[in-house]
Design a protein around this ligand. Structure first.
Ligand SMILES: [Zn+2]
Length: 170
């Protein structure tokens, strides 16, 4: 059985997720997305304690992700950072590890379901429970659960808007 590892996107880090039992990974692009002091300190401590490793996917892993999202129609919804973090999971899976991506981003979760990469949601219950409305950032297009209380994006500070979602079933 391949060894379980976690890959964190910015929502995973902001949500304060670090596995004590399994290895945690993220990309340098995700690190630069972390703007709030509390999350920066959390990440800094995890790095110092060697609880999380920063690793970059290879160009072929990014290409594999781009091929999938071009076909699925998720291309415009995903940032380079999002693509990078999915590609890191693809890379780790190719290295005979069993990655679970920690993310609250519905667009990322949608792509992960297509690519059969497990994911774990921190603040919400995952894409299959979502019907109706989701909120999204007008700036960086980050998606938030419909019960997200803040009016500004926790990543880039732009205003949050909302849109209707279709229910996505497996
Ligand atoms: Zn934003």
């Amino acid at each position: 059985m391949s060894k379980k590892v976690f890959v964190l996107d910015s929502s995973g880090i902001i949500g304060g997720f670090i596995s004590g039992e399994f290895s945690n990974y993220t990309t340098s692009q995700v690190v630069t997305e972390i703007r709030d002091i509390k999350s920066q300190l959390f990440l800094q401590e995890a790095l110092e304690n060697k609880q999380i490793t920063i690793m970059e996917p290879g160009p072929e892993d990014i290409k594999a992700v781009e091929e999938v999202i071009t076909r699925s129609g998720d291309l415009l919804r995903l940032s380079d950072v999002d693509k990078g973090v999915i590609a890191l999971a693809v890379y780790l899976r190719g290295d005979n590890l069993s990655p679970t991506l920690v993310t609250d981003d519905y667009s990322i979760q949608n792509v992960l379901m297509i690519m059969e990469i497990p994911f774990k949601s921190i603040q919400t219950r995952g894409i299959n429970d979502v019907v109706g409305w989701i909120k999204f950032c007008k700036g960086c297009k980050k998606t938030y659960p419909s019960n997200y209380q803040e009016t500004d994006c926790e990543i880039c500070g732009s205003p949050i808007s909302r849109k209707r979602t279709r229910k996505i079933t497996k």
